[in-house]
Design a protein around this ligand. Structure first.
Ligand code: IPD
Ligand code: CA
Ligand code: CA
Length: 273
């Protein structure tokens, strides 16, 4: 009989320590690449990938497979590994914020989430530029460098600092988030676009932002951050307020009090269903 993950604290502790080790090692790979240089390739016209993405991803996968050889891995650059069925799936973005990284703009991170039976149970996000490590395991709270974090108490959009982002197909599709961006810009205290969705989620968790939305994310952008945000007391849904899935592209993440106001504003721009 399998043990429900919530009762298996030693396993959760091992998972988070392996995820932390992998994230720190990948962060060291990224730091080394900034010192020694890296090659840039274009996946599409504005969608880049660098040597650093590939090297960091390989390091993470090596660390995971040393500790858990049978676990499945979904990594941005490599895709899903075809392992035998396992209850555990690691969902990895080795470098979230590649455009920033390629330009030397210090806003990027390593993001590692773990699912058990399809439910996010571990989130680890490491920002090597500030040496900030965000961690959470289900039911045990969220932490920044070992200290507990929690969401803000801001309860009105007029006083809220929000963040969003845009997908790489911004030029090709009308569902490019620019409509929402314009509407929010006129309603909130401040609106940012950092270029790293995983860190955006952690910053909502830490109370630095009050809310975040995006319309076309990938599972690896969200897997770790949503666990961290929920454990910090935040709320995550899709754009209509329905339960969130990291496989569903959309995300509205907030401190809770401003969530409905964000949903209302997003619905004003929604295409008729
Ligand atoms: C991107 C970043 C960005 C978000 C994009 C993502 P990448 O990830 O998270 O903030 O707006 O949608 O694709 O390509 O830098 O790993
Ligand atoms: Ca990403
Ligand atoms: Ca990436």
């Amino acid at each position: 009989m399998s043990i429900p993950y919530g009762q298996d604290t030693p396993l959760l502790d091992t998972l988070i320590s392996v995820a932390t080790d992998a994230a720190r090692q990948a962060g060291a790979v990224l730091a080394e690449c900034t010192r020694n240089g890296f090659r840039i390739e274009h996946k599409q016209i504005i969608n880049l990938v660098t040597d650093a993405d590939h090297q960091a991803e390989q390091r993470i996968i090596d660390v995971i497979h040393d500790a858990f050889p049978t676990h499945r891995v979904l990594a941005e650059e490599r895709g899903l590994t075809e392992e035998p069925p396992s209850r555990y799936k690691w969902v990895i973005d080795p470098l979230d914020g590649t455009t920033n990284f390629a330009h030397g703009f210090p806003a990027y991170c390593v993001s590692i989430g773990v699912e058990c039976d399809g439910c996010g149970i571990i989130g680890v996000v490491y920002d090597p530029t500030r040496d900030e490590l965000f961690t959470a395991q289900i039911g045990h709270g969220a932490y920044l460098n070992g200290f507990p974090i929690s969401v803000s108490k801001t309860d009105h959009l007029d006083r809220a600092l929000l963040v969003t982002g845009f997908a790489y197909d911004i030029r090709e599709t009308p569902n490019n988030n620019l409509n929402h961006f314009v509407r929010f810009a006129l309603k909130v205290q401040g609106l940012r676009r950092t270029g790293t969705a995983a860190l955006d989620l952690c910053y909502v968790a830490a109370g630095r932002f009050d809310g975040f939305w995006e319309v076309k994310l990938n599972p690896w952008d969200m897997a770790a951050g949503v666990v961290i945000l929920r454990e910090a007391g935040g709320r995550v849904t899709d754009l209509k307020g329905a339960p969130h899935s990291i496989y569903g592209q959309e995300l509205v993440a907030s401190n809770g009090p401003i969530h409905q106001a964000m949903l209302d504003l997003l619905q004003e721009d929604a295409p008729p269903s």
